[in-house]
Design a protein around this ligand. Structure first.
Ligand SMILES: *Cc1c(COP(=O)(O)O)cnc(C)c1O
Length: 226
């Protein structure tokens, strides 16, 4: 079995090649190593190989794991955040990827005010319209964006999406391209930069980089199958 360190080398070089193919600067793309379900020892190995940014999808798990690891590591929340977990999540994570309803956005804003925080967030978009997926439908996001941007504590930095499950990485391309196009349009419409695009997982991160991802969320290609 290859180690996290060996896998990280491979993933990083594939990200760089994909960026170069697309005429992008590889430094524009940051790798979020998704450590959900993996033990702290594996995260430590990745950290020793130079990876500093990790993603977790369950607050309960992160509350146990994060304190076991070096304080210099940075953490993103990538899952579906429940209202009753916001208070615990906000101090742990420097970026919340999946703000997926107006309700949770308001909850985060209110609790952030109580805690004296200004959380950085991404809005999750259900580009494909799959019923099973979390996230704003593109039309709903367009209607609601002004209200979301008006929440005083939230720092909305961009969008996140998950492509529908598919065998082929190429199948994700239309979804990623659509997110970038939506971002370009809504950013121009609202007159604010929305620089961050979180898209791409182990199966399709190279395609995501070609389509403009600035954050890729890669778990099993680094840590092995769950
Ligand atoms: C688990 C997860 C990932 C990583 O998935 P892999 O296929 O292991 O790379 C990325 N994004 C989200 C939202 C996840 O829940």
């Amino acid at each position: 079995m290859p180690t996290p360190s060996e896998n990280l080398d491979i993933v990083r070089s594939r990200i760089a090649s994909a960026a170069t193919r697309a005429g992008r600067n590889p430094a524009e793309v940051e790798l979020v190593a998704i450590s959900k379900t993996y033990p702290a020892e594996l995260v430590r190995e990745a950290a020793e190989a130079g990876q500093e940014l990790f993603g977790e999808s369950r607050v309960q798990e992160a509350l146990v794991k994060i304190p076991e690891l070096p304080g210099r590591l940075r953490w993103h929340f990538i899952g579906h955040l429940q209202a009753n977990k916001v208070r615990k999540a906000l101090p742990l994570f420097e970026l919340i990827h999946g703000v997926d309803t107006m309700g949770i956005a308001r909850d985060i804003d209110r609790i952030a005010a109580e805690l004296g925080l200004h959380p950085r967030v991404l809005l999750e978009v259900n580009v494909s319209g799959e019923g099973s997926k979390h996230g704003f439908k593109p039309e709903a996001l367009e209607r609601g964006l002004e209200d979301l941007l008006a929440l005083p504590r939230l720092q909305v930095e961009g969008f996140m999406t998950m492509a529908p499950l598919a065998e082929e990485a190429e199948a994700s391309r239309p979804c990623f391209a659509a997110l970038r196009t939506l971002r370009d349009r809504l950013s121009a419409q609202a007159g604010i930069p929305l620089p961050t695009l979180s898209m791409g997982m182990s199966g399709d991160y190279e395609v995501a980089v070609e389509e403009g991802a600035t954050l890729v969320r890669v778990g099993s290609a680094i840590f092995g199958s769950r």
